[in-house]
Design a protein around this ligand. Structure first.
Ligand SMILES: Cc1cc2nc3c(=O)[nH]c(=O)nc-3n(C[C@H](O)[C@H](O)[C@H](O)COP(=O)(O)OP(=O)(O)OC[C@H]3O[C@@H](n4cnc5c(N)ncnc54)[C@H](O)[C@@H]3O)c2cc1C
Length: 415
């Protein structure tokens, strides 16, 4: 195991372009500091262990996700807090609305530690609470939004199917109308927190693709957690529906579609979650820059610290450049979102760009760090590199986001 010389010297690129200093509001900075402090105290000490497969102090990864969700809810009041108009459902709780910028900053601070822990917040807030708020009945909103906000309940979002996530219009899960309810049959793949208390499930009906809220324990609904080599502090599951009968009240009434293959409703939720990713990955990239800078200042080879070598400096600067570029994009998308001018095409290019840059940074970090980067506990950059490879794939793959932007600028659909 590598040992680094102890040094008091603080080596950091900090807020290089002074973006936090100049462009965040006082409120944004308060959120940043609160989340940073929370992450440092509550999750950093455990993350390497959780990533390596341990779950202490919790019994297993499901319990660790539940406990973390409760902490996010109760200590940070983060879940769903930037959804415009949600206040009436949460005003009896410790609810303060967050700006889109503050919410983005919170995602960045969480992903500085780990992508799985940011995914937990994105799925709960941007996919599930957003879906329930936008498309749910009053009864569904009153039942689920307060419990999801406090983290007492968990939700998951079931869109992807085993035959191909990039083409959700090829959906095979069906919901058949029966007297007093619906019967669901089909399978969903790679669903974050599939063990949750309630699943937002998208299924084909005679009226097009509609959303349903299916509660854990409903007869005919089962899940199985996947083994995976990334996002290991989180859980992703396969869901199976076999003759799963739900009452009429499980249908989300706002998911009315104009055309049979229309996917506007789930895609609106995905846009919200992709905005979280655009901010989150800046945190992962920053963590890699900070770790590699620290290491290259401390590690001496051939008589000098690695930071004295031209090649090391050149690559550190490339890492910093990519990170600050990604931060600029995140800030600009936040500005557009605050002005209600953010389109799904901006989001596609932003996700493509920021994940690409963050992954470059993590990969370069892994090249500059010692062989211990391949262990679970010596460095964080190896975990970020594994995780960012998944971020490149989920919530729309790199290729699909490029094709969405390509369609926008050429007017030609190529997928
Ligand atoms: C850890 C994790 C968590 C996830 N969480 C959720 C969740 O909570 N809910 C949910 O619904 N889904 C979730 N997903 C699923 C995720 O969104 C899908 O994996 C993603 O949409 C890609 O689908 P796919 O894996 O089936 O790949 P496919 O769609 O089969 O694509 C395979 C490859 O082909 C490429 N490709 C596809 N079409 C084209 C084309 N026209 N031209 C060129 N290349 C193309 C793709 O870019 C990709 O590289 C999660 C996935 C992971 C790994």
């Amino acid at each position: 195991m590598t040992t680094l010389a102890k040094t008091e010297k603080k080596i950091s690129a900090g807020d290089f372009y002074r973006l936090d200093e100049l462009f965040l509001s006082d409120d944004d900075r308060l959120v940043r500091d609160a989340v940073r402090e929370f992450v440092k105290k509550e999750v950093f000490p455990h993350i390497s262990g959780w990533d390596s497969g341990k779950s202490a102090p919790y019994a297993n990864h499901e319990e660790l996700v539940r406990a973390t969700a409760r902490k996010y809810g109760q200590q940070l009041s983060l879940f769903g807090a930037s959804i415009e108009g949600i206040e009436p459902y949460l005003s009896h709780l410790n609810f303060t609305p967050l700006s889109h910028t503050s919410y983005g900053v919170a995602m960045r601070e969480i992903e500085y530690c780990d992508t799985s822990l940011r995914s937990l917040a994105s799925v709960q807030s941007s996919l599930c609470m957003f879906a329930i708020f936008q498309f749910g009945s009053e009864e569904q909103k009153k039942k689920w939004l307060p419990a999801l906000f406090t983290g007492e309940a968990l939700a998951c979002f079931g869109l992807t199917e085993p035959q191909g996530g990039s083409d959700p219009g090829n959906m095979l899960t069906k919901a058949k109308k029966v007297s007093g309810g619906w019967v669901l049959d089909g399978n969903k793949a790679w669903i974050t927190n599939g063990f949750a208390d309630v699943a937002v499930v998208w299924a084909r009906t005679e009226e097009g693709i509609r959303g349903f809220l299916v509660e854990k324990g409903t007869a005919g609904f089962t899940y199985r957690n996947e083994e995976k080599w990334a996002l290991r502090a989180g859980v992703a599951s396969s869901l199976s529906f076999s003759g799963c009968e739900v009452p009429d009240s499980a249908l989300m009434p706002g998911t009315v579609q104009k055309k049979p293959h229309d996917l506007k409703c789930p895609l609106r939720c995905l846009s919200e979650a992709r905005y979280s990713i655009i901010w989150g990955v800046v945190g992962a990239a920053r963590a890699c820059v900070d770790e590699t800078l620290r290491y290259s200042g401390e590690r001496k080879l051939f008589g000098k610290a690695l930071a004295c070598k031209q090649e090391t400096q050149r690559r550190l600067v490339l890492m910093l450049n990519d990170t600050e570029n990604a931060q600029l994009v995140a800030l600009q998308l936040a500005r557009l979102k605050e002005r209600k001018a953010l389109s799904h095409v901006h989001i596609s290019l932003g996700k493509y760009n920021n994940v690409n840059k963050a992954l470059n940074v993590a990969q370069t970090a892994c090249e500059l760090l010692s062989a211990d980067v391949f262990t679970f506990d010596a460095f964080h950059s190896g975990r970020h590199m594994r995780n960012l490879n998944v971020v490149k794939k989920y919530e729309g793959t790199h290729e699909i986001h490029q094709l969405i932007v390509g369609r926008e600028i050429t007017g030609e659909q190529a997928f």
